[in-house]
Every structure is written in C-alpha cells, then in structure tokens.
Design a protein around this ligand. Sequence first.
Ligand code: GDP
Length: 372
Amino acid sequence: NQDEDKVIEYMDELEFLALTAGATVVKRFTQKLTQPDSKTFIGSGKAQEIREYVKENHINTIIFDDELSPSQLKNLEKEIEVKILDRTNLILDIFAQRAQTSYARTQVELAQYQYLLPRLTRMWTHLERQKGGIGMRGPGETEIETDRRIIRDRISLLKEKLKTIDKQMSTQRQNRGKVVRAALVGYTNVGKSTLMNAISKSEVFAENKLFATLDTTVRKVVIGNLPFLLTDTVGFIRKLPTQLVESFKSTLDEVREADLLIHVVDISHESFEDHINSVNQILMEINAHQKPMIMVFNKIDDFTYEKKDEDDLTPETRKNISLEEWKKTWMSKSKYPTVFISALTKENFSEMKKIIYDEVLKIHISRFPYND
Ligand code: GDP
C-alpha cells in the first residue's frame, strides 16, 4: 500500500531527525484522519492511548511530524502531560546545535524566537499551575507582556544584525566578479559535502546525519584550466520550517545568485523522486528554478534492487527497477545533463567533470563573448 509506505518513510525520516537531535526513539504512533483535529491535532482516543503509554514507560518527550498550532501544543501538553515537540521545534533544535558561524547562530536564534513568540502563553500556563494559579491572572498577564516585549526587541535586534551581515555577504559575492558560480543543491544527506570534498580536494565536514552543512562553503575549483566557484549549501528538507526559509535568506541567496545549479540526488534512497520534488519546490519558492542545472545521481555504489523472476506474477515495485532502467528513464526524461556517480568511490567522476566543464564553459563564453 502506497500510503502506508509513505507514512513509514516519513516516520523513518522523523526518527532520523530525532536521532540527529540526540533523542532515542522507542515507539511510533500513527493515526489516519481526514484532517488534523483543530484542538489537539490527533483524536482524543489516540491522545489517551499515548498518555497511557507515556505513563507506563516513563517517556519524557513526544515528537510530532508536523508543525502544531500554539493552541494544539498547549492542549496536547495538558492532555498527555509530557513535553511535546513538533517538527519545526525539532529542526530548529538541530540547526541550533550545528550552527558554526555567528551568522548561522544569529539566523537560528531569530527563527527560534519567531517560533516562540506566539507560543509564550503555553509556558506561562505551566508557571501559573506551579504557583497555584488563583489570583495569578493579573500579574501573569503583565509578565507575559513583558516577556513578549523583550522577545520582540530581541527579534528586531537580530534582524538588524542579519541585515548588516547580509549586506557584507552580498558585497563579498559581488566582489567575486565574473567568475562562474555553481551551487550544489539537493535534499539533505545526499552527499553534497562529500562531492564538494571530492571535487575541490578540500575538507568539508561530512557526516551521516541530517544537516551537517549549515553554513555555506565556497571553494575555487579548476576543471581543465577552467576556474569557477563552487558553493555547498544547506541541505533542503521536506517541510522546511518557514521561519528557517526566511532567516536563511542569505544562505539561499547563494543559490539564487548562482549561474549553475548542481542538483545532487541520492539514488540509493527509496524516495529519491520525492526528494527531487521537494528540492524543486524550494527552488521555485526562491525563484531559482529557471537556472541551468546538472542532475548528479549519487551513491550508485550503494544502489540495490531485487530482480524479479520471469514467472513471478506479483506486481513490479520500485525495488524491481535496476540502475540501468533508472538511467534510461532519467536520461531521456530530464531536460538537464544527467550523470550517475559515486562520490565515495569516484565512479564516473571524469564523466561528471566533463559535464560540469561543458556547462561552466557555456556560461563563461556567454559572459566573455570576445575572448576566444
Ligand atoms: P550532505 O548532507 O548532502 O552534504 O551529505 P554528506 O556529504 O554529509 O553525506 C551524507 C552521508 O552519505 C555520509 O555518510 C557520506 O559518507 C555518505 N555518502 C556520500 N556520498 C556517497 C556515495 O557516493 N556512496 C555512499 N555509499 N555513501 C555516500
């Protein structure tokens, strides 16, 4: 069943995110609803079931694979009586752990406060309960207002700070002159950093967890005497919190201002086509979808498939598609130059370099038409 496969895949991804954030996942809950409950996101029966499980097994956190509204969060915490994180919260937490430069840290802090602001009352309810509640309403309200004001001030300050850095970065980008700029884009964990390392022979942090890359790295690369700049960008992900899309504006500017996009895909991943769609969606959102692009299908060394017997009557699944068949379909379907490689074993590297060279050269020639 396709829907069930999707659910499992989404839950796998969420578990991977949770692991990245440092959590240990012990149990998954799913529910089929035509639409989320406006008050509690899940139905009350399901909430009860979770509540019992949490009590029996001394669970300290529940994570939802969606952004919950401030009131859903509040109601759920009341009902289940345990710390609740939503997808946005979790992703922000991972970004916070991984931000390395002051720029990235400022971006994450801004996104966190923007997330927090409409959810402040929730924290207050807890305090109120602790203090006994009665008669606390007046001073409580005042305190929330004070907190809100402090946070709003902080948000303006961070925005100012980012604006200044944005300006500096934009000047830096302009100063790079007319050298062709290529940007690696792709879903998170597809091998962009690994590829960057392999192409530029410099060390960029690569790790088998989500979001190893938070800050953009720019490297000068030379292929066949042709120099160009290569940027490694933040990994795209399904349902990237809007707060992050906004605050990572400058990171995404690298993509927006690139001359050429190198779209890296993990072909060993079962839902690589969904990943491609997510990436294209974000490219569309930042208006970068019409740039020249190269499709690089990575991790062919890790690709597996189950060949079916001739007399096997069960329907074909995507597991039965061989790499050759994928190549055939993608090569003919894609309007972009396409190549299948392994960044790890460097299989087909010269073919990829040739393609990159050709594309960079085209842009270079259009820019310097009289320089033969
Ligand atoms: P990024 O998030 O897109 O920058 O991905 P990374 O470069 O950090 O790589 C994510 C994981 O995939 C790491 O564990 C890499 O070692 C692994 N990886 C990258 N390229 C390949 C490849 O060609 N084959 C295999 N098997 N693993 C790869």
